[in-house]
Design a protein around this ligand. Sequence first.
Ligand code: NAP
Length: 249
Amino acid sequence: MHNAACKILGIDDQFIFLPAEVAPKNLKLAIDGLKGLQIRGASVTIPHKMAVTALLHKVEEDAKAIGAVNTIVNRDGVLTGYNTDWKGAIDALEKRTNLKGKKAAVIGAGGAARGIVYGLIKKGAFVKIFNRSKDKGASLAAEFGCDFTSLDQTGEIAEMDIIINATPLGMTENVSPIEKQLLNSAQLVFDIVYSPKETKLIKYAKEKGAKIIYGYEMLLNQGIYQFKLFTGYDAPVEVMRKILEKHLR
Ligand code: NAP
């Protein structure tokens, strides 16, 4: 997505985006390497988003409040952390609905859920977290001042306006985090799992006539913000969307 964007803008001689798998024990070495090699920035993903915050010179306000960084920019050796995930998710939701006063169920309490809960509350939604492990769910809810219920008590989801899956359920196995009968045509269902595109939850939502948001929209949106931070250029959105859709097919 980033490389296709650089190519179309003719800046692929200045920027190239490469993947690197970093073991948790090597995280500090990898971050120091950004400075040593004068690498412009990095996307950070599972499982490093929270741990990396302690290794940077600065963390911008939203990322600090969320407690997770998914984007690092290196400006003359000064590493600043950002979180573009939450904006990517909220942009996708706000394209469909006004979040103020809406009842939102967030399934999951991990790194991605943290950003989404933060954004929903910032926009005036009422949030209830549903999570498998009670301690983690309850502690996230307490941190952000919202409600929590265990993932084995999902009945209330039937009354929610917005349902967001922020767990990996549906990614490797054809499973949904919730039953189909909890969904209805008045709801907006957002599955942040982006591969496969048509997860079981998305299929259930379509069958029930609910509005849907695919996970790749969040991935694209967060990448649009990242691209500007990395390169200083506005992202060529349609080029990025097309390449993402092609790869996820
Ligand atoms: P994470 O920090 O590891 O959190 C995972 C969450 O899912 C935890 O709350 C965990 O519950 C729950 N969970 C995991 N396996 C489960 C299971 N079998 N049954 C019930 N709950 C389960 O992961 P993350 O970084 O938040 O990522 C979550 C998903 O979002 C991943 O699939 C990732 O690819 C996707 N994602 C998508 C985007 C996008 O742009 N679309 C961005 C970020 C992440 P416990 O607390 O009980 O362990």
